[in-house]
Design a protein around this ligand. Structure first.
Ligand SMILES: C[S@@+](CC[C@H](N)C(=O)[O-])C[C@H]1O[C@@H](n2cnc3c(N)ncnc32)[C@H](O)[C@@H]1O
Length: 294
């Protein structure tokens, strides 16, 4: 009898649905507080994502969880948990690998040749929407490798994400071996420590020290770090935002870059036309690489 009741209860949990009014409240929260642009067609996805929190907190229905979480203050831990489950953190090391060649061959090379670069200037890169750290650590590996043959060259990487859970992984720098298999063997040997017993790898301390991680919503908060970047990598992030938010983000990136520096976006993303037409914007170099025009 008890088993039947349990089954019924878990059935109820799994079946509870958001009303259209509740769905609208959730979509509005995503758009206004986070910057994520969801539509009604994503109802199932949104429900699946927030169900994790409903079940973990022991609420009987999705509505009960939503009515609890939405009125909470912005920095309440459960509000942050809600944001965590609403974000998509898909990433991989050396994703869209061509960009890492561009970084060395074009961007670093321009930095070194620039007569305005002083001897102690650091080459600065921003990994915007860094997820679990695969992107900033890929940047760190190629830059550190470059430094081995160019001792004067110094760099720093700033990385941010809105998802605390992803940032925790990033800061720990521990990954399953399967996630790093595709990294060039000579980089793996130099910068990743293998734990054969657990089949995990850890990013070496020297590499970790080159990246600073920030919990920062780049659509709704002022940047907690200085600009003057030589390159910004913001890839596979803007696909989740509205046109208007992307417009503001392109303006932010423009002001955060040094003159003539570079913005690299995802291959499935496009720069808004007003930013590549005017005299103050970006020049498209192909392959989702853009150069700031003064
Ligand atoms: C699909 S991942 C892309 C990761 C990496 N850039 C790459 O290309 O592999 C998108 C990341 O953007 C983050 N994100 C979404 N909205 C954000 C915001 N407003 N501010 C900062 N990060 C955000 C998500 O949490 C997620 O980790």
């Amino acid at each position: 009898m008890k088993g039947k009741l349990d089954r019924q209860m878990s059935q109820n949990w799994a079946d509870s649905e958001l009303s259209s009014k509740e769905l609208q409240s959730l979509i509005r929260f995503c758009a206004t507080q986070v910057g994520l642009s969801y539509t009604n067609t994503k109802k199932t996805l949104l429900q699946t994502r927030i169900r994790k929190r409903q079940v973990e907190l022991g609420f009987d229905t999705l509505s009960q969880y939503l009515n609890y979480v939405l009125p909470l203050p912005a920095k309440h831990p459960e509000k942050l948990n809600l944001i965590d489950v609403l974000t998509t953190n898909t990433t991989s090391f050396f994703r869209e690998a061509h960009h890492f060649d561009v970084l060395i061959e074009r961007v670093v090379s321009a930095f070194l040749k620039n007569p305005n670069t002083k001897r102690h200037d650091k080459f600065r890169v921003w990994s915007a929407g860094c997820s679990i750290g695969a992107e900033p650590y890929s940047l760190a590996m190629v830059l550190k490798d470059f430094k081995e043959t160019h001792h004067q060259f110094n760099f720093e990487i700033v990385a941010n994400d809105i998802c605390l859970r992803a940032l925790e992984v990033a800061k720990n720098g521990v990954y399953p071996h399967s996630e790093v298999e595709k990294i060039d063997i000579h980089l793996r040997k130099k910068y990743l420590l293998r734990n054969k017993k657990s089949d995990k790898v850890k990013v070496c301390a020297d590499l970790m020290n080159t990246v600073t991680f920030h919990h920062y919503n780049m659509l709704r908060e002022p940047p907690p770090f200085k600009g003057d970047f030589d390159a910004i990598f913001c890839r596979n992030v803007m696909i989740y935002f509205s046109e208007q938010d992307n417009h503001e983000l392109f303006k932010l990136f423009y002001s955060a870059l040094k003159p003539d520096s570079y913005l690299l976006i995802g291959h499935s993303e496009t720069m808004q036309s007003e930013f590549i037409q005017g005299h103050k914007g970006f020049k498209a170099l192909g392959g989702s690489v853009y150069q700031k025009v003064k």
